[in-house]
Design a binder for this molecule. Structure first.
Ligand code: ZN
Ligand code: ZN
Length: 371
């Protein structure tokens, strides 16, 4: 007798798929399973897609903050997202308080620790270098080794004040001293200029807000991809969407797609405001934007499953394989006429929508209510 049997599902490549989950882990995966006895059965009748649980690697979900906050179980499970990574909302001084709340969520929650010790308590958290305390970060990493999966540095003028590239140099030192932890870097206004930021980054480091429409973005004044951006891309820097209120521009994303500069991970940068009022709303809407850009579901799915799992060393997540965590997302693609809006108010029309119907976290089934 197994805990859960999901039958008659389909993969995005059109194959049949069935799986079982026992004690929170995936037990078996095959096109068809025979003679299964299960406590709980979900029969998808060949109508729904089944994928590894969706991972959103850039969110803000510590409810005690005032600038960027949300609740893990608003942006996770009800949206089909089984795992969220909070991207530096908190620093070494308050990440413990965040952990105490996050551990009770139905959604899996991990965190990147902001190099500024109180996180994003104000918009310019890196304008005062005294807030970057390596010893406090090392202590937090030792105390919450399963919760903190990396570090975050927000490298834009509004955040760093007059400090230009210095906070990133410090972040790289902290990373080097701590087992080369994953590092996510936010970009925006200059200084620091993007060429300086990318010059500091190495293979495996994550550049979030990669398709932002700001002058300090990946395109030059002629609308071409800057040479040093190609160089960084070829060196293996991970380009992450980080849609957000200000950071996803259709034209930039279209140019990148046309030239073959393809992001590796899709994330929302969601928090209560851009969830409720848009333009983000949820992961599914962000995926619809990728579909409208011309990416196929087969290209999109790894960007919210195995790629973020690899980037942040979530070694038991992101794949439907025996022994992996029992995290599964079930969804449908339906016909619908819909206008999609980017962070700069530009729109595209789409004729299909993505509807998550179940989020399964560690074998626990959460049906998702439709509209
Ligand atoms: Zn950001
Ligand atoms: Zn963010």
């Amino acid at each position: 007798m197994v805990d859960l049997y999901i039958k008659n599902g389909k993969t995005v490549s059109g194959d049949k798929i069935e799986l079982t989950i026992q004690a929170g882990k995936i037990l078996e995966v095959a096109e068809e399973l025979q003679d299964i006895e299960a406590t709980e059965v979900i029969d998808l009748a060949g109508e729904s897609y089944l994928s590894a649980g969706w991972i959103d690697d850039h969110v803000h979900c510590f409810e005690k903050m005032t600038l960027y906050y949300d609740y893990p179980d608003e942006i996770g499970v009800p949206k089909g997202v089984t795992t969220v990574i909070d991207a530096g909302t908190t620093g070494a001084e308050n990440i413990g308080e965040f952990y105490e709340l996050a551990k009770n969520a139905e959604t899996n929650v991990f965190a990147l620790v902001n190099i500024s010790k109180w996180g994003i308590v104000e918009q310019d958290e890196l304008a005062d270098l005294k807030k970057i305390k390596e010893d406090l970060i090392t202590e937090a990493l030792a105390k919450y080794p399963d919760f903190i999966v990396g570090i975050k540095a927000r490298m834009s003028r509004t955040v760093v004040g007059d400090n230009d590239i210095i906070p990133l140099d410090l972040a790289k030192k902290i990373q080097a001293d701590n087992h080369h932890l994953p590092l996510m870097v936010h970009i925006g206004s200059a200084p620091p200029t993007l060429d300086k930021v990318l010059a500091d980054m190495e293979k495996g480091d994550v550049l979030t807000h990669c398709y932002n429409g700001k002058p300090n973005g990946i395109l030059d004044e002629q609308g071409e991809i800057k040479d040093f951006v190609w160089d960084a891309y070829r060196r293996g820097i991970i380009f992450d969407i980080g849609h957000g209120t200000d950071s996803f521009n259709f034209k930039v994303a279209e140019k990148a797609k046309a030239e073959g500069l393809v992001c590796e991970t899709i994330s929302t940068d969601i928090y209560h405001h851009n969830r409720e009022a848009g333009p983000v709303y949820d992961m599914a809407t962000t995926l619809e934007k990728m579909l409208v850009l011309g990416y196929s579901l087969e290209e999109i799915l790894p960007m919210i499953t195995e790629n973020p799992a690899a980037a942040f060393h979530l070694t038991n997540k992101g794949q439907l394989k025996a022994g992996f965590d029992g995290d599964v997302t079930i969804f449908k693609v339906a016909k619908a006429d819909k206008t999609l809006t980017d962070s700069n108010g530009f729109t595209r029309e789409t004729h299909e929508e993505i509807l998550p119907t179940y989020a399964i976290v560690g074998g626990k089934v959460h049906p998702i209510k439709g509209e």
